[in-house]
Design a protein around this ligand. Structure first.
Ligand SMILES: [Fe+2]
Length: 479
């Protein structure tokens, strides 16, 4: 019998576990779904199967639930399944959670010591004919793209040496190569980072290791046509603290920010480090090289905004109290020194996305989600408290915003779906939490005019737990 999920922010309201594995055929649609939207939108959600051992656990510890919205000729079908990790299999066998603090195996039940504890709950990525479920503390889990049944851990045919793989690999759409990295690659709280490339067929063709200045939460990175950018922000890990049962992550601003840049055609031995004041950034939007200059566009804040990391660090700064924004950092490789320049591109927000074709070049348009107090009071959804209440399209340069919001709703990451029509900017597809109804729906917006409202709403007869990331896979790819 499962009872007693904590009454904390991470396990109540829209953050309450859903635990629903289901199929819903031919969802109800209000409005008109463009028939050219034909493919699968895969999403990953942390969704705890059992109440956590640690009553103060974060929802991002939750077991990975992969879901698929299958768009086909104006219809949408829904499927959700747990990713059957070793962690979840162990817990199900015991009918309770055997796992302790976030990324701290020393707090686990002794019966699972030495077992894999990755939750595969962050990003679904399609590459090399495989659907990979990623979480940065472990290797990928492969899932069947049609049935969503778990295939097993994917370690590139036994060739991948890194023990971890980022949830934010970067695809070069022209070469088909998948660039990725793993941090804590050599084990818990090690400074080892593995830089890896898989070719368009999904074969691992490159793995080089280097050490970062300190052990840091390295959630994302960037690849341009000529460079690779490794951001190191001061959310830090310490093995002795973890072994003593403490938090994996604390915020240590005194360590400052390091940004490593290497030539893509070179090696990790060519890494050049730039340094700046302490900042936190989870998500990079895009990067591009222009002569000697390397540009990095990302969503930055003054502190780590995750409450469970703040609590472990003895600080309490609400997201809207921390300065931040969508920024461009520019590194001039022709100049000596460790400094870089910052330009503000837009107001604070997160989950930035651009059209796939625009990656690695100086693009004009981006999309991201924001919490704008002008669009309503904070509503609980997601791991930092207030969910996003605004979907924004931004013209990079002028900074002009076109926003969509609706009363009583919060929004998850919008993905961009391209159009086949010439001059058409495509569509934004995202999940919304309807707080008044305790239900979720999917919105389809015109990417060029989100402010004109949804083309359609795909209604769900259930509440989806807030997702982390999703990706679009055209129907022809998985057929
Ligand atoms: Fe992420």
């Amino acid at each position: 019998m499962t009872t007693g999920f904590p009454g904390t922010m991470d396990f109540t309201g829209f953050n309450a576990p859903s635990r629903v594995e289901c199929d819903v055929f031919d969802l109800e649609i209000d409005g008109t779904l463009p028939e050219e939207i034909n493919g699968s939108w895969y999403r990953l959600t942390p969704d705890a199967q059992f109440p956590p051992l640690d009553r103060n656990d974060t929802l991002i510890s939750g077991d990975g639930m992969i879901s698929r919205f299958r768009f086909n000729d104006g219809h949408v079908d829904f499927r959700s399944r747990y990713v059957m990790t070793e962690r979840l299999k162990d817990d199900r066998a015991a009918r309770r959670s055997l796992h302790g603090r976030y990324r701290n195996p020393f707090t686990d039940d002794p019966s699972v010591r030495g077992h894999r504890r990755g939750a595969a709950n962050t990003t679904p990525v399609w590459h090399g004919g495989r659907l990979l479920c990623l979480k940065e503390d472990s290797r990928a889990m492969e899932v069947d793209p049609h049935t969503l049944e778990t295939v097993g851990e994917w370690n590139y045919g036994g060739r991948l040496k890194s023990q971890t793989m980022t949830a934010h690999p970067r695809l070069d759409v022209e070469t088909g190569e998948l660039y990725f990295f793993g941090y804590e690659a050599g084990g818990l709280a090690t400074r080892d980072v593995a830089f890896c490339v898989a070719d368009r067929n999904g074969e691992l063709v490159r793995e080089e290791w280097f050490q970062v200045p300190y052990v840091a939460l390295m959630h994302d990175f960037l690849v341009t046509k000529e460079h690779v950018i490794f951001p190191v922000f001061p959310t830090t890990a310490d093995l002795a603290r973890i072994q003593a049962g403490g938090a994996h992550w604390v915020w240590e601003p005194d360590k400052g920010t390091f940004i490593g840049i290497m030539p893509r055609a070179g090696s990790v031995n060519d890494m050049r480090w730039f340094r700046g004041e302490a900042r936190m950034s989870f998500h990079c939007m895009n990067g591009f090289s222009d002569g000697s200059k390397v540009h990095m566009d990302h969503c930055v804040s003054g502190v780590n905004v995750f409450p469970f990391i703040q609590q472990a660090s003895g600080i309490h700064v609400l997201p809207h109290e921390s300065f931040g924004g969508l920024v461009r950092w520019t590194f001039d490789l022709s100049r000596p020194g460790e400094e870089y320049e910052e330009v503000i591109l837009g107001p604070p927000g997160d989950m930035p996305r651009i059209a796939d074709r625009d990656h690695m070049r100086n693009c004009a348009i981006a999309y991201y989600e924001r919490f704008d107090p002008a669009n309503g009071p904070p509503l609980l959804a997601g791991p930092v408290g207030a969910g996003f209440n605004t979907v924004s399209r931004i013209e990079l340069g002028p900074g002009k915003l076109r926003d969509y919001h609706q009363p009583g709703a919060t929004f998850e990451e919008a993905i961009h779906v391209p159009s086949r029509q010439p001059g058409h900017e495509g569509y934004l597809v995202l999940a919304a939490e309807l707080h008044g109804e305790n239900l979720s729906e999917v919105l389809v917006l015109q990417a060029e005019r989100p402010d004109s409202g949804p083309l359609c709403r795909v209604k769900l007869p259930l509440r989806l737990r807030p997702q982390v990331h999703g990706n679009w896979v055209p129907a022809v790819v998985t057929a």
